[in-house]
Design a protein around this ligand. Sequence first.
Ligand code: UDP
Ligand code: MG
Length: 319
Amino acid sequence: MINSQIEVPDLSVVIPLYNEHGSIEELTHKLNDSIHQLNINYEIIFIDDGSVDNSFKLLQEIHQRDKHVKVLQFRKNYGKAAALAAGFKRAQGRIIITMDADLQDDPNEIGNLIDKLNQGFDLVSGWKKERYDPFLTKRLPSKLFNRIVSWVSGIRLHDFNCGLKGYNSDVAKVLDLYGEFHRFTPVLAHWAGFRVTEIPVKHHPRKYGKSKYGLARFTNGCLDLITIFFLSKFKKRPLHLFGIAGLISFFIGSVISIYLAFQRIFANQYLSNRPLLFLGVLLIIVGIQFVSIGLLGEMITETQKSHEGVLYKSELGFN
Ligand code: UDP
Ligand code: MG
């Protein structure tokens, strides 16, 4: 038909990277080799998350000679979740695969992820069954973290943190990622009603560069889980959370106050020695506060705008 380079790709590989100069070239080769065997139109989107090494220069060179490769460059280091979100927004493929840029994820697994997606799943998460990372600082806390997330979220996966995942484009487009929420895409998708599963994938030790995350990721991860729980339930309707508490409080406060007013006016009782009066007034004020917070939440939800376009320093290969 038309030149294969301007055909809409079926597959988008989205790769966030931060200072991964050492592995980019080898990764691109391996990706091209693996995907060629699948016989599918594809694009590879690298998101340079504010690297301060030579990564972007190298990506520019690769983009020049390989039109499958597209590049977004952030002005600064916004984090992996923001990078993934940017990639998702620009990805054109019906299927989106995410992977890390450090060669720890194996491009040969892409075919397996696609097969699983074609079986009717919306999100397929990789499971690093055999990991090549240090035990104390990575594997042990990771195991704990995965147990907790699995328990809280109600979705039985072994490995939430794997960079290698496959998405149907509709899932990727509705996920709202920021901060360190990239670990929770299976949870978000599951709660949004999509079909989520996992497959074991090969994992390799890091060859170049070093890991960008320390132990703090796990504590942050658990806090993020609380945020995610709240957001997923009440983000679109904060008044439903605060409003109910506010109305109940206001109602009880009003009943108490009306009762006391009745006693003062018709039974001629003095209220100066009635602690109940304080409770009644307090409950009314707290009730109004809660409803106001809910309304503020509604206004914030309403005015939240995406900052698309301000984020990138350069864009290569997009029309
Ligand atoms: N990464 C990123 N932005 C960051 C930190 C990491 O885009 O702020 C990328 C990093 O370049 C790599 C992937 O996210 O491609 C996973 O990071 P890393 O390998 O350091 O994590 P680990 O393997 O230690 O879990
Ligand atoms: Mg890694």
